[in-house]
Design a protein around this ligand. Structure first.
Ligand code: G6P
Length: 610
């Protein structure tokens, strides 16, 4: 989703902003733009398409003296992705420029008023009204007051940065509902949507909260609330460096992240296992024994891949901890009237910790007095900060838009969460130990799945021209089927559906013919024989079968055209292994089709608008 960058300091500001925008490319965008203050003149360039297109029209060397700039990657919501609609947007005088991430919901009403007052608009965006509104108030008021007044009329969400020709020595930024952080360097400041755009310059950051506005100079900053009261902020340290957002010799971030999984799985459980007691400790949950006793139901709320992880949580927590679980799409939860009761615990799952719908659902649940926990990856993200407690998955920055390592880390944490509750309830020491034994071996087993990479590439070559795919699994492998189908759709643009295997007979079976590859996740468990029956049904209709099976299962060759084996592990851990071949299959198919794997069309890594 849109990325914002503002720089003020001692370097060539155009170079800083363009390279920081590249760091934000992974968020997803369709156009980009920049405005630079050079010798008191504001020079702006905007271009539909990739940042490389923008770079080709900005002569950064001639801007060597520019010390202040703002730039933006736009993911279109209001108005097509054209040069004109790209940010920054200026007021009528060309003296004020703004970049914005979010949606101004009442922009039509505001635009009407501004048009009547003689303002002229150059774009179809919702954003442009904000800069004209500031212009209007700035006729009478100093800039900061003008911005505060303008924002008091704005409904919706925003992270904005504003630059003024008359006041070249400062930037003004504000946030409500969209992420924004300030990086504090030595004689330089970077404002950005996330830390990846900042770590090249500093690891000291201030997280802006909703409703805060900030004045930024090269050697200092001031944060205010909406009434212009000063706010003291803590400086936090980003605990990862630039190395962790490099490709390390892999062709794509997605492949690198798939191959990181043995380490990221380990990071998710490191330091949290009390092996001798067959227990786990998750202090960040901030749950005391008496709180745990009162929990009658857990409601998981998430979007996308994180929602699939939540489905795994439903299976695990109900089976092992015997706690009733519900799984909600954040976007649905926030707009219906969910019944929340005393005894409910809400847990959001979000890699980015910034997904707008998940954040809104969290706030909705909190406003009803329910305790809300968060399972997030990005330390210091809004969801992490606003939750009553939570667990970080510690997967490190995930740059590929299609989530891979975050999913397996989320499930690893969900396994820990299951043990956390289950061992306080019915789960025996012995059963806990059996799961933990296998959990500790899991990073090595994940490596063995990754060893199948070439084999999976060969299968990808056979099916890369297919137009449809079906993914089937039962029990814990049903969410894996959904995730496998989502991965394929996201990056290869092939239509794919995930289904519980037995539901196939209620519809999808009509689609099956010799051109339909069907991926079965058919690992050995108590419903294995049922899955085999479903495979027979597909074979009887000439469907082509790719099976993910447990090592040692030779009979599966009687049913499947291709078999990818994964090592045997405890049932509760199978999804962590069974999803890896599906990630690799999607990756290779997408590469063979010439797709942009890391930045698939129309998708955003972090969906910060609803
Ligand atoms: C977007 C991303 C997905 C992600 C989903 C939820 O759609 O492209 O990969 O699963 O958002 O994101 P979150 O950060 O909340 O897990």
């Amino acid at each position: 989703m849109c990325g914002i960058v503002g720089y003020i300091g001692h370097r060539n500001a155009s170079l800083v902003v363009l390279s920081s925008l590249k760091r934000l490319e992974y968020r997803g965008y369709d156009s980009a733009g920049i405005v630079v203050n050079c010798d008191g003149n504001l020079l702006s360039w905007k271009k539909a398409g990739k940042i490389s297109a923008l770079e080709s029209i900005v002569d950064c060397h001639s801007l060597n003296e520019a010390r202040v700039a703002i730039g933006h990657t736009r993911w279109a919501t209001h108005g097509a992705p054209t040069d004109e609609n790209a940010h920054p947007h200026s007021d009528c005088t060309g003296e004020l420029y703004i970049i914005h991430n979010g949606i101004i919901e009442n922009y039509k009403d505001l635009k009407e008023v501004l048009l009547k007052r003689g303002h002229t608009f150059k774009s179809e965006t919702d954003t442009e009204v904000v800069v004209h509104l500031v212009e209007e108030y700035h006729k009478e008021l100093p800039l900061l007051d003008a911005v505060l007044h303008a924002l008091s009329h704005v409904e919706g969400s925003y992270a904005i940065v504003l630059m003024s020709k008359k006041e070249p020595e400062r930037l003004i930024a504000a946030r409500k509902g969209s992420p924004m952080i300030l990086g504090i360097g030595d004689g330089e400041m970077v404002i950005a949507s996330d830390a990846s755009a900042i770590v090249d310059y500093t690891r000291n950051v201030v997280y802006l909260e909703d409703g805060e506005i900030i004045e930024v100079k090269r050697d200092g900053y001031k944060v205010y609330d909406h009434k212009k009261n000063g706010i003291a902020k803590n400086i936090s340290l980003i605990d990862w460096d630039i190395e962790s957002i490099s490709k390390h010799g892999f062709d794509h971030f997605m492949l690198k992240e798939i191959f990181e999984q043995p380490d990221t799985i380990q990071n998710a459980f490191r330091g949290r296992v009390i092996y001798d007691e067959a227990r786990v400790k998750l202090d960040g949950l901030k749950l005391q024994d008496e709180d745990i006793e009162k929990i009658e139901r857990i409601i998981f709320i998430a979007c996308g891949t994180s929602w699939h992880a939540a489905l795994v949580a439903e299976y695990l927590l109900e089976e092992y901890a015997r706690i009733p679980v519900e799984v909600e799409y954040a976007s649905e939860f926030r707009y219906r009237k969910p019944v929340l009761k005393k005894g409910d615990l809400v847990i959001t799952i979000s890699q980015s910790g910034e997904t707008a719908d998940t954040l809104a659902a969290l706030r909705e649940a909190k406003s009803k007095g329910v305790r809300v926990l968060g399972i997030t990856n990005v330390v210091g993200s809004t969801i992490a900060r606003e939750s009553d407690g939570g667990v970080y998955i510690y997967a490190g920055p995930e740059i590929g838009v299609a989530s891979t390592k975050a999913f397996t880390s989320q499930i690893t944490v969900i396994v820990l969460l299951t043990l956390f509750f289950a061992r306080r309830k019915e789960m025996s020491f012995v059963e806990g130990k059996v799961i933990l034994d296998d959990l500790l071996r899991l990073p090595d087993l994940a490596k063995r799945v990754l060893d199948k990479n070439e084999e999976i590439k060969t299968i990808a070559r056979v099916y890369c021209e297919s137009r449809n795919f079906l993914y089937l699994g039962r029990g814990l492998n049903f969410p894996v089927a959904l995730e496998g189908a989502l991965k394929l759709k996201e990056i290869s643009y092939i239509h794919a559906e995930g289904y519980p295997a037995a539901e196939m007979k209620h519809g999808p079976i009509a689609l099956i013919d010799a051109n339909m590859p069907v991926v079965f996740i058919a690992t050995k468990d108590e419903i294995y024989s049922k899955v085999i029956s479903n495979m027979e049904e597909v074979r009887a209709r000439s469907g082509r079968i790719i099976a993910i099976a447990t090592e040692g299962d030779l009979t599966i060759h009687n049913y499947a055209d291709h078999v990818i084996y994964i090592p045997e592990t405890h049932k509760a851990l199978v999804p962590i292994l069974s999803v890896i071949p599906l990630q690799l299959l999607s990756y290779h198919i997408a590469v063979l089709r010439g797709c942009n794997v890391d930045q698939p069309r129309n998708l955003a890594k972090s969906v910060t608008v609803e």
